[in-house]
Design a protein around this ligand. Structure first.
Ligand code: CA2
Length: 149
């Protein structure tokens, strides 16, 4: 069974505690349960992580590249949080691995402030999911499963 790696970036540990009108009322622990269910449906093992540190996310992408090369990883779903809009380091890490990666946003970043409209992740991603709330995680897992076929 291949693994789906789900990486969450800065401040996503605060999910469900503030800004429910933007991000909903589910916590990150709730999102992990939702992902567990979607992974069970699609025959993936789940590896679900969060970090507030850019370098840690880079290290995890490198680790993912090795796992993908060995055949144990199906792909990555990345909600890079605000690093989406700033991080050339994450862009380079994704490019360097060649992993199928789905960029994910809970909110529709294009309907928000102008500074959220640019993504350094999108040009390196296989696909982009935004605006479906936390259910986007389950949709992205289904999308990753579709890429396996
Ligand atoms: O919509 C998304 O998923 C974002 O990636 C979330 C990031 C934001 O910087 C991106 O532009 C869009 C922010 C994550 C912070 O989440 C919080 C949740 C609740 C309370 C405070 C922050």
């Amino acid at each position: 069974m291949k693994t789906a790696l789900i990486l969450n970036g800065p401040n996503l540990n605060l999910l469900g505690t503030r800004e429910p009108q933007v991000y909903g009322d589910k916590t990150l622990a709730d999102v992990e349960v939702l992902c567990q269910q979607a992974c069970a449906t699609h025959g993936f093992a789940l590896d679900f992580r969060q970090s507030n540190h850019e370098g840690v996310l880079v290290d995890w992408l490198h680790e993912a590249g090795r796992a993908y090369a060995s055949g144990s990883l199906a792909g990555v779903i990345l909600n890079a949080g605000a690093y989406t809009h700033t991080s050339i380091a994450l862009h380079d890490a994704i490019k360097g691995t060649g992993i199928p990666l789905v960029e994910l946003h809970i909110s529709n970043v294009h309907a928000r402030e102008a500074f959220r409209h640019h993504s350094y992740i999108s040009p390196a991603a296989k696909a982009v999911m935004a605006g479906f709330g936390v259910n986007g995680y389950a949709l992205a897992i289904a999308g990753l499963a579709g890429l396996q076929a």
